[in-house]
Design a protein around this ligand. Structure first.
Ligand SMILES: Nc1ncnc2c1ncn2[C@@H]1O[C@H](COP(=O)(O)OP(=O)(O)OP(=O)(O)O)[C@@H](O)[C@H]1O
Ligand SMILES: [Mg+2]
Length: 252
């Protein structure tokens, strides 16, 4: 039983805002090790769906992770079940060091004195996260001094030290340099091997380079789902993207 891979299963998920259906009956399953991209035009409901998974938006239907039912639980309970997410704008403590940010994420149980004390040993989980996200050499720097990309990696590191089993990342590579995007794609594959990862993105080059599978949302519904090539070739997907007046999200 312990060998059973975790997976996230959404069934007929709906989120309404004053009668407007932002998410309108979404069903999807994301397996561990399957790097899933969630794409779709502006307003498709991508962020709202992530909000529903993480408890920030009130939803109906069913959202399960392994044996746990997530729907209806408060945000902190869902986080404790191993469901983590990042936001479109990085939410690190800018005045604290990289290490302190990771420390705080790692243990709310450790008091302020622990954080102030000159440290001799860094907890193994924190050390591992520093290495994984490529910030080992930057551990003493203030988070506010990091590049945009490095802040996103720090956020991912904070999810890792919290033992997140599910990572939902909202537009992680927006504003990153080409090198940072490449490093992020590799990082997501590394952390996604034994976790369930959902990446919301508008960057189609990034999606093509790193997605294992893609779910396309449009007007709160799943328009298409499958491998990158199939989804790109789908006329309905092309139509939705060509019909978008904004410059973001060219699919072809
Ligand atoms: N708190 C809210 N109250 C009312 N309407 C909302 C709220 N949050 C989102 N919406 C609406 O729900 C729809 C889906 O929004 P959402 O932010 O999930 O889209 P998205 O796919 O993430 O778009 P983008 O690519 O621009 O980030 C939009 O029409 C949006 O205006
Ligand atoms: Mg969004």
């Amino acid at each position: 039983m312990s060998m059973t891979a975790d997976y996230l299963e959404l069934s007929d998920v709906r989120v309404e805002f004053d009668g407007f259906r932002a998410v309108d009956g979404v069903s999807m399953t994301v397996l561990q090790g399957d790097l899933r991209f969630l794409i779709g035009p502006n307003g498709a409901g991508k962020t709202t769906l992530v909000d529903a998974i993480t408890g920030l938006a009130k939803a109906t239907g069913s959202i399960r992770f392994g044996r746990s039912d997530l729907l209806g639980r408060p945000v902190h309970r869902i986080a404790r079940l191993g469901i983590g997410r990042t936001f479109q704008t990085a939410s690190v403590f800018e005045e604290l060091s990289v290490l302190q940010n990771l420390d705080i994420a790692a243990g709310a149980h450790r008091g302020p004195l622990t954080l102030l004390r000159a440290r001799t040993a860094v907890p193994a989980t924190v050390e591992e996260a520093l290495e994984t996200v490529g910030l080992a050499a930057h551990r003493e720097r203030k988070a506010g001094e990091l590049s945009h990309g490095q802040k996103q990696w720090l956020e991912i590191g904070m999810l890792l030290v919290q033992n997140a089993r599910v990572l939902a990342l909202d537009e992680p590579v927006a504003g990153m340099s080409a090198d940072e995007r490449q490093a992020t794609g590799e990082l997501l594959h590394a952390v996604g091997a034994d976790r369930t990862v959902i990446v919301v993105e508008h960057d189609m080059d990034f999606m093509r380079a790193f997605a294992d599978s893609v779910t396309v949302l449009h007007a709160g519904r799943v328009l298409a789902e499958g491998g990158v090539t199939d989804v790109q070739a789908d006329p309905r997907v092309q139509e939705v993207y060509l019909g978008t007046s904004g410059s973001r999200g060219e699919v072809a």
